[in-house]
Every structure is written in C-alpha cells, then in structure tokens.
Design a protein around this ligand. Structure first.
Ligand code: GLU
Length: 389
C-alpha cells in the first residue's frame, strides 16, 4: 500500500471537513457517568488546530457533535436512555452552550464561527441542499468557520440523519472537500477489537493504516459497537468512509483525544486509518441520490436488467422489474436489488409504486398504451441512477 498517500492528500488540501465527536470534547472524569459535560479545554485545543489549518491556506469546515452530551450534563441526567423529547431538550440546551464555547475559543484565535443546523429534510431536497451549499460557500468567502450539527431539537428519529459521521460525509461532498477527517476516541480501524482479550495463538489487534476498498470483511471488523456518549460507532464511520470514497474524497479516522494526531497528519506522518480509493466515481448529484436521499422502497430486478444498468450504462425499463416493494411517489428515491437482494444501485423513479406494480415486467409499447398521457419510457433514467458497489 502506498505509504505516501497522506502526503499526496496534503498536497491538494484546500478544503477539509473535520468531524469532532462528542467524546473528544467531553470531560473524562471517573465517577461522572454520562454527565461528563463539555470540556472547554478541548474546544480551545481544536480552535487552535483550526487556526493552524487556516494558516496552511486550507479551509476547515467543522461538524461538531456534543449538543446532547453538553445538555445532559447541564440537566444532570445520568440515565443512559433518554426519550426523544428529552434528547431534543438536551440538544437544545447543549447546542447553544456548545456554540457559545466554540465562538469564545475561536474568537481568541481571531476567527469567527457560524452555526449551521441541518436536518435530513434540508439535505434530501435538492433545492434546499444547494441552498445550504451556497450559505456555507458565502461563510467561507468571508473567512468564517462553519460549525455544523444536525438540527436535533426538531427532528424525530424517523427523519433523522442519525449520526454526525453520516452528516460529515454528506457535508464533505456538499462542499467538495478534498478530505474528511473524523476525530473520535479510537486510533482507527483495527484488525480485531483492541479492547478484547486476544485468544491464545491468535494475532494481536493491529491498526490498519489504509483501506482501499470497503469489503464485507472490513464492514465486519467494524462491528456495531458504540460509545455511550456518542451516537455512531465504528460501523457508521465505515459507512461514511464508503460514501466519501464513492465521490473520491479520502476519509481519515484519527484519535481526537490524542492532542498530537492532527499535527502528525499535517506533518505527513502515517497516523490513523485512511480510506481512499483514489478514483472519483460520482458527480455530486449522483452522490446525492446514492448517499443522501433515503430510499422509500425497492425494485427487485431480473438478471438482464441488472446487467443492462450495471455494465451497459442503460436506463431501467419496466420489463426488467420483477417486484415492487414499499409505497413511493413519482420522483422518490428507490433501491435497486438483484436476485440475491443485494443493493446494486439507487435512482429516482418516474412512476409511483402502484403504477409501477401495474407495469412491472411489461414491454414498452404496452406501457405506452396504458399511460398515454403520462408515459415515460424509463422507470429510472440513466441520469437519475447511481450504481452502488
Ligand atoms: N447531533 C448529536 C449531538 O450533537 C450527536 C450525534 C453523533 O454523535 O453522531 O449531540
């Protein structure tokens, strides 16, 4: 594996999205349980790092967690499970405190901060997505540091982005960043869980320096473990890396509790785990279809249709559809499944689910006769279809 990959990334680094996890900026005091609260020292530390990055002529865009964590501490709630309104209340209290702290610490570095709260509704609607982009671009033009979080106070679970690993991957492609850095409380991805005892005769856990392709084995390594203060675990980090790799953006996992890790990366050292495929697959619109929109249903395709769209660069026609699952409307995003039910792509449909159920498996002339006034030859046009590996 090329050990100079990080150096190559640094050469072209003009814009970087940095995700700061809750555990990175919280206190770690024994006996305090889940009411550790925000550690202003760590926010100051990262304000200094932001200044260092700006000094390198690179624009940092921050995605910061920590609202719920900070709100919990202010309300003194140590209980692990919170109801949705409780989480929203904590986020509402914590977010203003979090922002206030960033503002104060960045101000000391001579930098201005701006808060951006996003929800899936903002990102799932192309117009609002572009609107958010324009706002961020304008802030950057004015030299302001955008501090982004999910709008937790008004989103309920069903419509949530859910975790800031996912949000940061979407933001990286939204702003055309050259890298995403995820700071959490682990050094990166290991060959096995570093927290577990190694059975006799087996190899110890080793940090993986670079991943070029996210295989099912890599996904398995990530497991579904999580930390009680944070929402995502290694699994959401791997899925986020997959998203950024799909648009050719490298994703680096670093230990944010290690105050030297960002400097070490910017000094070109081989630190953390780097996910990089080195090829751009999607333009930003197809990336949005594949990774930002939530599929509202799925279409089970026959092998001929799978081949035509995966290898032949074709649009999806009604004839290749074997089954329609879920309820969706014209223009919604759906998943495309092969016969083994593996997802091979996503796209925007030209028919709603009940019309599609009527025409699945039909040849084009018959569909034209049935839907003369609102006939579309393609169920999903090629331009609205993104393949998934
Ligand atoms: N948006 C949540 C918060 O600020 C955090 C989500 C996450 O940790 O991924 O508390």
């Amino acid at each position: 594996m090329p050990s100079n990959a990080r150096k190559n990334i640094l050469k072209n680094l003009k814009r970087v999205v940095i995700k700061i996890g809750s555990s990175v900026i919280s206190h770690h005091e024994p006996g305090k349980g889940l009411t550790q609260g925000l550690n202003p020292e760590m926010v100051l530390h990262y304000a200094k790092k932001i200044k260092m990055i700006v000094g390198k002529n690179c624009q940092p865009i921050i995605v910061s967690s920590g609202a719920i964590m900070a709100g919990r501490a202010r309300l003194g709630i140590n209980r692990e499970f919170l109801s949705i309104p409780e989480k929203q209340a904590c986020a509402s209290i914590g977010q203003s405190f979090l922002m206030h702290t960033y503002e104060k610490k960045l101000d000391k570095q001579g930098l201005k901060a701006a808060q951006i709260l996003l929800s899936h509704d903002d990102l799932g609607n192309r117009k609002r997505y572009l609107n958010a982009k324009h706002t961020i671009e304008t802030l950057i033009d004015y030299g302001v540091i955008p501090i982004i979080n999910e709008n937790d106070t008004v989103t309920v679970d069903e419509i949530k982005i859910g975790d800031n690993d996912t949000l940061s991957a979407t933001v990286a492609s939204l702003v055309d960043a050259q890298a995403l850095i995820i700071l959490s409380d682990v050094n990166g991805l290991y060959t096995r869980d570093p927290g577990q005892r190694v059975p006799k005769g087996e190899a110890p856990a080793e940090l993986i320096s670079q991943v070029n392709r996210i295989t099912p084995e890599i996904e398995k390594l990530a497991g579904k473990t999580t930390n009680r203060l944070a929402v995502g675990g290694m699994y959401t980090k791997i899925l986020s890396a997959k998203k950024t790799m799909n648009s050719g953006i490298p994703c680096l996992l670093l230990n944010g509790l290690d105050k030297k890790s960002l400097d070490r990366f910017f000094d070109g050292e081989e630190v953390g785990t780097l996910f990089w495929s080195n090829k751009r697959k999607f333009g930003s619109r197809k990336h949005w279809i594949a990774h930002t929109l939530k599929p509202q249903g799925s279409l089970l395709l026959d092998p001929g249709a799978c081949r035509a769209i995966a290898k032949g660069g074709k649009s999806l026609l009604p004839a290749g559809i074997k089954n329609v699952e879920g309820k969706f409307e014209f223009g919604n995003c759906v998943s495309l499944l092969n016969e083994k039910r593996k997802e091979i792509g996503r796209g925007l449909v030209n028919y709603n689910s009940s019309n599609l159920d009527q025409i699945k498996g039909m040849k084009t002339p018959a569909v034209r006769t049935l839907f003369s006034d609102h006939f579309y030859e393609e169920v999903i046009h090629r331009d609205d279809l993104a393949l998934i590996e």
